[in-house]
Design a protein. Structure first.
Length: 136
């Protein structure tokens, strides 16, 4: 876990505190699961986007916002007990973990396609604007 904590280890959970960018990316790229938790509706935790981009399964807070955006790319939990149970379940059932990883990859590809399409439309608009400007 990153954040404003003193570095320490409790069981298999490592509280790193804030990390330099490269250390954080190395840790993230080697994660089996990413926790993206919030108690606020209409909030999207950056860790969720990072995990999705890297096709890493997530455990997410059960909010309408997160559920709408991340759909089947992770497990949605309501409380600490569900969090603990879900972590144990995913580590014991590697097939289920792989299923969530595949869902994360599919959703990531979907969002990348949308992003590419929007970028192409923006470039076309700019080209049209510049062509109109040059002709006048």
């Amino acid at each position: 876990m990153t954040g404003p904590h003193e570095p320490r280890k409790i069981g298999n959970v490592i509280y790193t505190g804030f990390l330099p960018r490269n250390s954080y990316l190395n840790l993230l790229c080697n994660a089996d699961i990413v926790l993206a938790l919030t108690s606020r509706e209409y909030t999207v935790v950056g860790a969720a986007w990072e995990a999705l981009y890297l096709n890493i399964p997530m455990i997410l807070s059960m909010t309408n916002t997160l559920h709408t955006i991340f759909q089947k790319a992770g497990v949605f939990i309501k409380d600490a007990k569900e969090l603990v149970d879900t972590v144990i379940e995913l580590y014991e059932d590697q097939d289920k973990l792989l299923k969530y990883k595949e869902q994360a990859k599919l959703l990531s590809m979907h969002y990348r396609k949308i992003q590419t399409e929007q970028t192409i439309k923006l470039i076309e608009l700019i080209e049209n604007y510049l062509n109109d400007f040059i002709q006048h």
